[in-house]
Design a protein around this ligand. Structure first.
Ligand SMILES: [Zn+2]
Length: 300
C-alpha cells in the first residue's frame, strides 16, 4: 500500500470514528482542521479524554466551547449575576488584605474558530502531529496472520437509502447526547455485533479496533502540550476567569503567564486566600499550571 492509499484509508477510518463517537458540533469540528496529521492528532486527544474515567463524555459536554450567542445568553442569567458578585467580593478582600495592590478579573472568550487556529498553530502540535500520522500509517497497513488487512476498506460510507454516514449511530442534531454512544465502544468487543444492528459486525469491529489504537498513549517529541484540544479550552465558556495583579498606579505585575513568579512573589497564595469568599469558584487550574485561573460552577 502506497502512502497515498494508506492516507485515504486513514481518512475513512477517521471519519467513521468521528461519526461513531461524537455528535453535533463536536463531530463537525474535525473537518475544519485542514491537515490530516493535525486532524488525526486532535481525534487522538478527544479519544484520550473520552476514555479517561476521570473525564469522559461528561467533561467534553461540560467544557465544550460556547458560541458568541451562548455567551451573550449566559450574561443575562442569574448565575452570571452570582459570578459577578462573587468576583467583586474577591477583589474587595484582596485589595483590603494587600494595600498598594489591585486585583482585576476578566478573560477573553475563545470561540471554536480561535481554538482551531490555536491548535493548528501550536508549536507542540506542529511537531507531534506528523509523528503521530507516521505511527498511524504503520498501524493502518498491518495485516492479520492469514495476510488479510487488519483495517479493511470500509466500502461505501454513505447509506444510499438515507444519505447518512453509515457509522452514525442513531443520533445527530446540535446537542451532545450522542456522546453516550461512545460508551458502546468500551463494552467487550464480543457484545458489539449483537448490540449494534446498524453496521455489519466486521466493519464495526475494524473501526472499533482503530479507536482502540487511538486510545493508546502517545508521547511525541514535545512531551507536554500547552494547548487544549480544539473546543475544550478552559476559556471556551463564560465560566473561566483569569485574575491579574496591578500596583496602585495601574501597572500590571502579574497576568496570565509566569506561574513560578506568581508563587515566588506570594501572590498565588494571596489570591487563593481572597478566593475563599467566593463559594462557587474552584481552582486554581493545575493542568496547565495557572495559579491565576479559577473556574465558576453555579451548581456546586
Ligand atoms: Zn486561564
Amino acid at each position: 500500500m502506497g502512502m497515498k492509499a494508506s492516507d485515504q484509508l486513514i481518512k475513512h477510518y477517521l471519519d467513521a470514528a468521528r461519526f461513531m463517537l461524537f455528535a453535533g458540533e463536536v463531530r463537525e469540528m474535525f473537518p475544519r482542521i485542514k491537515s490530516l496529521d493535525q486532524r488525526l492528532y486532535a481525534l487522538h486527544r478527544f479519544v484520550r479524554v473520552l476514555s479517561d474515567p476521570d473525564r469522559g463524555a461528561a467533561f467534553i459536554a461540560d467544557r465544550w466551547v460556547w458560541s458568541k450567542d451562548e455567551v451573550s445568553d449566559w450574561e443575562t442569567t442569574p448565575a452570571h449575576e452570582t459570578q459577578a458578585s462573587e468576583i467583586a467580593q474577591v477583589i474587595k478582600k484582596f485589595n483590603d488584605d494587600n494595600p498598594g495592590y489591585r486585583l482585576k478579573a476578566g478573560s477573553d472568550h475563545r470561540d471554536l474558530g480561535d481554538q482551531i487556529w490555536g491548535w493548528t498553530n501550536n508549536p507542540g502540535v506542529r511537531t507531534n502531529a506528523p509523528e503521530y500520522l507516521t505511527k498511524v500509517r504503520v498501524e493502518i497497513r498491518r495485516k492479520v496472520k492469514d495476510g488479510t488487512p487488519r483495517y479493511p476498506d470500509l466500502g461505501d460510507l454513505l447509506d444510499p437509502a438515507t444519505g447518512q454516514h453509515v457509522f452514525q449511530i442513531g443520533h445527530g442534531g446540535l446537542d451532545l447526547v450522542a456522546l453516550s454512544a461512545a460508551a458502546l465502544l468500551f463494552w467487550p468487543a464480543a457484545l458489539l455485533p449483537t448490540t449494534i444492528g446498524l453496521i455489519e459486525a466486521e466493519r464495526f469491529q475494524a473501526v472499533a479496533r482503530f479507536v482502540e489504537f487511538l486510545k493508546k498513549p502517545f508521547s511525541g517529541p514535545v512531551e507536554k502540550l500547552l494547548v487544549a484540544a480544539p473546543g475544550l479550552s478552559a476559556h471556551g465558556t463564560g465560566r473561566a476567569i483569569d485574575f491579574r495583579v496591578h500596583d496602585s498606579s495601574g501597572k500590571i505585575l502579574h497576568g496570565a503567564g509566569g506561574a513560578a513568579n506568581w508563587r515566588s512573589s506570594g501572590f498565588a497564595a494571596k489570591l487563593k486566600s481572597a478566593m475563599s469568599v467566593a463559594l462557587h469558584f474552584h481552582g486554581p487550574l493545575t493542568s496547565p499550571d495557572e495559579p491565576w485561573h479559577y473556574f465558576f460552577d453555579p451548581e456546586s
